[in-house]
Design a protein around this ligand. Structure first.
Ligand code: MG
Length: 224
């Protein structure tokens, strides 16, 4: 089974502070605006979508946002490389390492579907000591599409090397209703996990809801 893991709230818990600061630094560098004080939701959203919300609140118009998208992504990745703590291992979700080891041993293929820009995602996981579990190449990332709904299909295509991995052989694992929505948009199954900001009640649209990554192995065994 192709396992499409979200990062923040799923593999890593509360490790996003430097990431938020990097997005703020990027919009300041490219558009010359300070991040607004207003709350901008980030959970489950792509970096492109978060930066668009920030910029719209700052009064930047849509065309300027589109024209600057590539530059803001580049600036965000450079800023994150500067701001990312050298060691994020304390933020690894409980049981994540053991779960990944067990799932891989059973022949499952871990990959990423995350709103993070790919260089940010890769660096974040490397600094957490989880980078080796995720091969370079497959995955869907926040720079691939502003809309998370597009990412599982992309990840299946990339993992299949020519022929997409069949929908029945892929599952999204994430901590927000937007993870569930992106799985639904692609017609793949979804496991919600309660280690992020959303309680079980918010994740009822998933095919299953778990509290720890360690529950995945038994769950997937039941799905055949
Ligand atoms: Mg998340």
């Amino acid at each position: 089974m192709l396992l499409l893991f979200d990062i923040d709230g799923t593999l890593l818990i509360r490790a996003a502070e430097a990431h938020t600061l990097a997005l703020h630094a990027a919009i300041e560098e490219v558009h010359g605006v300070q991040a607004p004080d207003a709350f901008v939701p980030t959970a489950g959203r792509t970096d492109l979508a978060i930066m668009r919300s920030l910029l719209l609140l700052c009064g930047v118009d849509a065309k300027a946002i589109d024209d600057g998208a590539e530059a803001t992504c580049t600036a965000a990745c450079i800023a994150y490389a500067r701001l990312c703590p050298p060691d994020l291992s304390a933020y690894v979700a409980p049981g994540a390492r053991e779960a990944l080891r067990g799932l891989k041993r059973l022949g499952h293929v871990p990959a990423l579907v995350t709103g993070n820009l790919e260089p940010i995602a890769r660096l974040k996981l490397r600094r957490a000591g989880l980078g080796d579990w995720f091969a370079a190449g497959p995955g869907g990332f926040g720079g691939d599409d502003e809309d998370r709904a597009a990412l599982p299909g992309l990840a299946r295509a990339r993992a299949g090397e020519g022929t997409p991995v069949p929908r029945a052989q892929a599952v999204v694992i994430g901590d927000t209703p937007l993870d569930i929505a992106c799985a639904r948009a692609d017609g793949v199954r979804c496991v919600g996990i309660t280690t992020g900001p959303h309680p079980r009640a918010d994740l009822e649209g998933a095919d299953a809801v778990i509290d720890r990554l360690g529950e995945l192995e038994d769950l997937l065994a039941g799905w055949g």
